[in-house]
Design a protein around this ligand. Structure first.
Ligand SMILES: [Zn+2]
Length: 445
């Protein structure tokens, strides 16, 4: 038997460098995101894959041109340079807003039982804007502005606060993210006042998913999706999140390009993942039901390359699929935490909504299953390990080989009923499915 081809670390390094050093930040809807898509499409074409194309779509985008935050304590004013408006924050008007700071802890219902009119609230906690009740509390309090912290990233540096368009429709409170340690200092020094000025807008923009496939030789109608995303959050190059997932997708495409798998393998690099999988959601929506029914599995990689960390495979599907993943990693003595769960925070989730089982590969670096570099300047190629990346690709290739060539699919093409109930609840509550970009109401300026 010929030895199995292996992931090539030099190729992986080249993909990550091209995306992060040559292109840089690949924020959704920008020419840089498009350049990344063109690079990926070029690689697919060079591998002579079938049906290579870009699926373009319109989506509600957001950006800001000005942001300023200063805190006044006991007659002294200090500017917070690392402050940055949250995605989909409205502007404050040119003069900005001023007011006393009200510390609202994690923003629970009892934290809001006070008069907040004209005040600038401060919430330290992942804001949970996906929760309509939280949204209502924030919007009905009459605050001049809101300061908030992504508490998954408890450091002194700037992190970008993402949000989904379907969460933020009609949101009218100017909202600024501050680093965790900065927020801690503000609370420590209370009472204080803040002055915040934001110029920002929400507008229609275009993005793209890049699609290519290897047509199955014996069961071409059964499709395995292999994916990553090429966009990054605003202001950073996103090496691990998700240059690593793009490298994963491209390298698996290269490894399988010369084989003739029985089932079709479709490679997709999604755009606008960082606004809650908009590209993946619209891709699934664009497929007619009988096309969706062909997909038997979604294998998605997001944040898999950090030097430190623990590999994790999150299976949303059946016990049989979980067993298959566990055995595959075990056999290769590749340490990995395998668990069956529902996770709405990457591109495998829109397929889940349509009943398609998935495997999410990821590599958290801090104990709360977070990522110490998350959405910060530290997410750059220096902290990427090509060896770590290659190991995951090689194990995934074994799994893919098995799934693509088994005479009978080694797991049901379905999500277990109990798990599917969780998918539906999460889709409704956290993801806010269904939402329709065509009826999205843009704020009037
Ligand atoms: Zn990501």
């Amino acid at each position: 038997m010929p030895s199995r081809p292996h992931a090539d670390e030099r190729q992986l390094r080249r993909h990550v460098a091209l995306l992060c050093d040559d292109i840089g930040c690949r924020y959704s809807g920008t020419p840089a995101e498009q350049r990344a898509a063109d690079y990926i499409e070029g690689r697919f074409l060079a591998l002579r894959l079938a049906n290579v194309h870009q699926h373009r779509f319109e989506f509600p985008n957001w950006n800001y041109t000005h942001s300023e935050l200063s805190i006044r304590v006991g007659g002294k004013t200090r500017r917070i340079a690392a402050a940055m408006p949250m995605c989909f924050s409205p502007g404050t008007g040119p003069r900005g807003v001023r007011g006393p700071i009200a510390y609202l802890q994690t923003g629970a219902e009892f934290d809001f039982r006070r008069d907040l009119r004209g005040k600038i609230g401060l919430v330290i906690g992942s804001l949970g804007l996906g929760d309509p009740k939280m949204m209502k509390r924030v919007r009905s309090a009459g605050m001049a502005a809101l300061l908030t912290v992504d508490s998954r990233v408890p450091y002194a540096w700037r992190t970008t606060l993402g949000a989904a368009p379907q969460w933020m429709e009609g949101y009218d409170v100017p909202t600024i993210g501050v680093p965790f340690l900065e927020a801690e200092r503000i609370v420590r020094e209370l009472p204080a006042r803040a002055h915040a000025a934001v110029e920002a807008r929400t507008f229609p923009a275009t993005s793209q998913n890049v699609v290519a496939e290897i047509t199955g030789s014996r069961r071409p109608d059964e499709v395995i999706l292999v994916s990553g995303h090429h966009d990054s959050v605003l202001g950073i190059v996103g090496a691990d999140d998700n240059g690593s997932g793009v490298a994963f997708t491209l390298e698996l495409a290269r490894l399988f390009a010369r084989r003739r798998p029985a089932r079709t393998i479709r490679f997709v690099s999604y755009g606008v993942e960082e606004k809650l999988s908009v590209g993946s959601y619209l891709y699934m929506r664009s497929l007619p039901p009988r096309e969706r029914a062909r997909i038997v599995l979604a294998l998605n990689a997001d944040g898999i390359s950090s030097c430190i960390g623990t590999d994790m495979a999150i299976v949303t599907g059946s016990a049989a699929l979980e067993r298959l993943v566990r055995q595959t990693w075990l056999k290769r003595r590749h340490p990995c935490e395998v668990r069956r769960a529902v996770n709405p925070y990457s591109d495998h989730f829109p397929p889940n909504i349509h009943g398609i089982p998935s495997i999410l590969l990821t590599r958290p670096t801090i104990m709360t299953e977070g990522y110490w570099t998350l959405h910060s300047v530290h997410d750059n190629p220096d902290h990427v390990s090509p060896a770590v990346l290659a190991r995951t690709i090689d194990t995934a290739a074994v799994l893919l080989d098995r799934v693509a060539n088994a005479a009978r699919l080694p797991f049901p093409r379905a999500i277990a009923p109990g798990v599917m109930r969780g998918v539906r609840a999460t889709a409704r509550q956290a993801y806010r499915h269904p939402w329709n970009p065509e009826t999205y109401r843009y704020p009037t300026e």
